[in-house]
Design a protein around this ligand. Structure first.
Ligand SMILES: [Zn+2]
Length: 97
């Protein structure tokens, strides 16, 4: 193999490695952003808005919920499609249960 060709292969491999590192970083950030929303009680502001203002499940986009026990203004709802459960008090409060 010519030296020129070897250099081209080296450069290409270096570029691939750099791209892989970027992809891994993107995956890491995406996972870190998603995690808090999965935990009990934790809901992001955006998810809260989607849920309370538009009555849309922030996890799957469904608009149908089973309505569970009610206590005063508080209400337990469960998404028919994905099963995500929320404790809501529209329009102020929402958390995962
Ligand atoms: Zn859902």
């Amino acid at each position: 193999m010519s030296e020129e060709l070897l250099k081209l292969i080296d450069d290409t491999l270096a570029q691939l490695k750099a791209m892989q590192m970027v992809l891994m970083e993107v995956a890491r950030i995406t996972a870190a952003e998603k995690k808090p929303a999965q935990g009990k009680g934790l809901i992001t502001l955006q998810e809260k808005q989607i849920l309370l203002e538009h009555q849309i499940c922030p996890d799957c986009g469904s608009t149908t919920f089973y309505v569970g026990p009610k206590g005063g203004q508080l209400e337990n709802i469960k998404c028919v499609k994905c099963g995500s459960k929320f404790n809501i008090c529209p329009p102020f409060f929402a958390e995962r249960i």
